[in-house]
Ligand binder design. Structure first.
Ligand code: TYM
Length: 340
């Protein structure tokens, strides 16, 4: 069997449930924007609405959320002239490939998924079958485009590893090398942005208090207030980055600063060595407002014309389908499904 080579291609996705956080922006969206027009054959970014409904969504909120996330991606610099941008449900091939992968993935693999266990908690019996099968749909999202690289935050690493297992198992079971073994791309200082009130927990859309996260639509005053009230320890910033060891909240604020300013955490510490929080937090708040306010403004502008967002998503879906359809057709053929 000859080794297939795959063009370097990016795919990544984001759920349109509950709005965008600074974690989504720094861990994913900002990095996605920076990957456009580089060494990649194609960059494909998807608002994964079918993933969102694994937990019940109010239909009107889902519609608005999909447009808002699309607006957030556009406002952050995802350019439909350079990238394929669409919402998942407009390309039915995702679901069809996911079914094939449901027949490839093993129950034992799914049972190891920590995100399902965390989300389901003690109530696993009451969760939807979709939530359990979610990682198999995610593998389909990626492999439908033969994506070789997937830029994500740290929390998605296990799902990309499962994608690799599914591709390898499919290739093995059908004696082919049709699917690439995809690499996760988890780099930069902010691959795990933490909760502003508790540095041991991830910043997420669903946390209890709004004070623990920065939303991409927060106004300048809210951003400043949240950073100023962020939990820290009493010690000032150290002289060297390594000395932040064991100071989760302090490390998180330094990492956020670094990611927003496009510098390394070491450079942040060098610049603010010995500074107290009374100095660092306002500087961080100002930087965040400077970087995030224009994005929020542009999101508002785009949201005033939802029909234009829908038009862009439909156009992206057409481009996505052109890439996806031949891959699904070939998969059906490999599996032995008769087509007329
Ligand atoms: P989602 O919608 O939860 O998050 C979207 C992206 O944002 C990243 N992220 C973070 N990064 C750093 N710190 C945080 N606190 C933080 N919170 C979120 C996530 O890692 C992710 O990259 N299952 C995926 C969506 C998905 C997908 C895919 C991703 C569906 N199909 C195919 C890649 C490829 C999810 O729920 O992401």
């Amino acid at each position: 069997m000859t080794e297939t080579t795959f063009a370097p291609r990016i795919f990544s996705g984001i759920k349109p449930s509950g709005g965008l956080t600074l974690g989504n922006y720094l861990g994913a969206i900002k990095r996605w924007a920076g990957m456009q027009g580089g060494e990649w054959d194609t960059t494909i970014y998807c608002v994964v609405d079918l993933h969102a409904i694994t937990v019940w969504q109010d239909p009107e909120d889902l519609r608005n959320g999909t447009r808002e996330v699309a607006a957030g991606l556009l406002a952050s610099g995802i350019d439909p002239a350079q990238s394929v941008l669409f919402n998942q449900s407009q390309v039915h091939e995702h679901v069809e490939l996911a079914w094939i992968f449901n027949c490839v993935a093993r129950l034992g693999w799914m049972n190891r998924m920590t995100q399902f266990k965390e989300k389901a908690g003690k109530n696993a019996e009451k969760q939807s079958l979709g939530l359990y099968a979610y990682p198999s749909l995610m593998a389909a999202d990626i492999l439908l485009y033969h994506a070789t690289h997937v830029p994500v935050g740290e929390d998605q690493k296990q799902h990309v590893e499962l994608t690799r297992d599914i591709a390898a198992r499919f290739n093995h079971d059908y004696g082919t090398d049709f699917f690439p073994i995809t690499e996760p791309v988890i780099d930069g200082p902010a691959t795990r942005v933490m909760n502003l009130r508790d540095g041991t927990k991830k910043m997420s859309k669903s946390g209890e208090s709004d004070m623990e996260r920065i939303n991409m639509t927060d106004d300048a005053d809210t951003i400043s207030r949240k950073f100023k009230k962020a939990r820290t320890d009493p010690a000032p910033l150290p002289d060297a980055f390594e000395e932040l060891e064991g100071r989760a909240e302090a490390t998180n604020l330094v990492d956020i600063y670094a990611a927003l300013a496009d510098i390394t955490p070491e450079e942040v510490v060098a610049e603010y060595a010995g500074a107290g929080w009374g100095q660092f937090k306002p500087a961080l708040a100002d930087l965040a407002v400077e970087k995030l306010s224009p994005i929020a403004g542009e999101m508002r502008r785009l949201m005033d014309d939802p029909a234009e967002i829908d038009r862009l998503l439909a156009h992206g879906a057409e481009q996505a389908r052109a890439l996806a359809a031949p891959v699904l057709a070939r998969t059906y053929e490999v599996v032995g499904l008769v087509r007329g």
